[in-house]
Design a protein around this ligand. Structure first.
Ligand SMILES: Nc1nc2c(ncn2[C@@H]2O[C@H](COP(=O)(O)OP(=O)(O)O)[C@@H](O)[C@H]2O)c(=O)[nH]1
Ligand SMILES: [Mg+2]
Length: 368
């Protein structure tokens, strides 16, 4: 560690001690908020100073229609899983730490090309940079969906992972509260809209703790003080995730365990066996659904040609499909013929605003 990191770590210790010594009551509430803002800032500085020492970490090129990261402790079966869901041969082993770099693979499902990353195993305190955990997490953040791969006989791993991610200010399956902030040159802090549930004074203290002394802020949703600090310091990350409980072949109670974990953490979970190939298609479907994507098919002429697939976000319209196909085409688009789940009959004539569904076949009709 550098001297800089050392002194920051020392400062963090002092702040945390002060924080734990201060009893919570109405009078100290605001002071505690400020301490939290400071602690958050110092943690950020520590991470930044470490980053300088270790470089930027992994860089993996994103390809395909969406990206999924397999995240979990060592030996939970991540490499075994990517080998059965994607076109990859990732090394597997009975001992920990086989995978030392990110192994990408492509999972093809319903004509969508989904990029899957097999990550090196996370270990506890990954957020402090142990075991390269921070780098792994920073790569996972760039994914559209996290699949937590947990050993079904060790579900406490899930709680540990959540703790790690919380420490890194990664929010799982949570909606980001809508907050607007405009920094000003003068005038102090003004709270314009406050639906946060926090006292206005507390919000002001948090802002000043983060060095924002002149600003207009509006908060349109419920938010805790910790989350507010995290959002305002630009660190809060919101990600979707599901859980694959692997090695179900070793657990007679897999059904109950899955239901319990899913209920307790309000997250979709599925028991699988990467080795025996159980529930693999079901997991693929769960991934696909949680990515919020759909596949539609484009045809050059009605009745002719083989349609070619295009992946869109669910809820996309004919106009969105046209835009993705070719930005120019939207201006010239007159209507489209649609066959499939969103159409009432084959080759139904629809407008640009028509909402598409999985499996639709579309023919664009241009104006002359
Ligand atoms: N019984 C059983 N063992 C598995 C399963 N999946 C993986 N393993 C074993 O668990 C060990 C670790 O697997 P690996 O894929 O290397 O885990 P990783 O470290 O998370 O990539 C290997 O010995 C695998 O054969 C499974 O579904 N059932
Ligand atoms: Mg591995």
């Amino acid at each position: 560690m550098t001297d800089k990191t050392d002194s920051l770590t020392e400062k963090l210790g002092e702040l945390q001690e002060e924080y734990s010594k201060t009893k919570y009551n109405k009078a100290t509430n605001i002071y505690l908020g400020m301490l939290r803002a400071k602690i958050s800032q110092v943690k950020k500085d520590i991470i930044a100073s470490k980053k300088k020492q270790h470089g930027e970490g992994f860089f993996v090129k994103k390809t395909g229609d969406a990206t999924v990261a397999l995240v979990g402790f060592p030996s939970t079966g991540k490499s075994s899983l990517i080998n059965v869901i994607a076109n990859t041969r990732s090394k597997t082993a009975q001992y920990a730490f086989t995978t030392t770099s990110i192994v990408p693979g492509t999972m093809i499902y319903k004509d969508a090309h989904i990029q899957v990353f097999d990550m090196p195993g996370l270990i506890e305190d990954a957020h402090l940079g142990k075991g390269g955990g921070r780098m792994v997490i920073s790569a996972a953040k760039s994914a559209d969906l996290i699949v937590f791969v947990i050993d079904i006989n060790q579900t406490q791993q899930f709680d540990k992972l959540m703790k790690e991610l919380n420490a890194l200010e990664i929010n799982i399956n949570k909606k980001k509260p809508y907050i607007q902030i405009n920094e000003q040159n003068t005038g102090g802090v003004r709270v314009e809209v406050n639906k946060s549930g926090l006292p206005e004074e507390g919000i002001k203290e948090i802002l000043s703790g983060l060095g924002m002394h002149n600003a207009i802020i509006s908060i349109w949703g419920k938010v805790s003080d910790d989350e507010l600090i995290s959002i305002l310091s630009g660190k809060a990350i919101y990600m979707r995730a599901i859980v694959a409980l692997n090695k179900m072949d070793q657990s007679p109670n897999y059904k109950r365990i899955t239901e319990e974990l899913s209920k307790r953490h309000n997250i979709e979970a599925i028991p699988i066996s990467a080795i025996e190939g159980t529930n693999i298609d079901e997991l693929k479907e769960m991934i696909y659904q949680n990515l919020g994507i759909m596949t539609v098919y484009l045809k050059a002429r009605v009745g002719k040609d083989r349609p070619f697939p295009m992946v869109l976000g669910r809820g996309a319209t004919v106009g969105d499909a046209a835009k993705k196909f070719h930005t120019q085409i939207v201006d010239e688009l007159k209507c489209a013929f649609v066959t499939g789940p969103s159409a009432r009959f084959a080759n139904q004539r629809v407008g640009i605003e028509h909402v598409l569904q999985e499996g639709d076949i579309i023919t664009f009709i241009k104006t002359k």
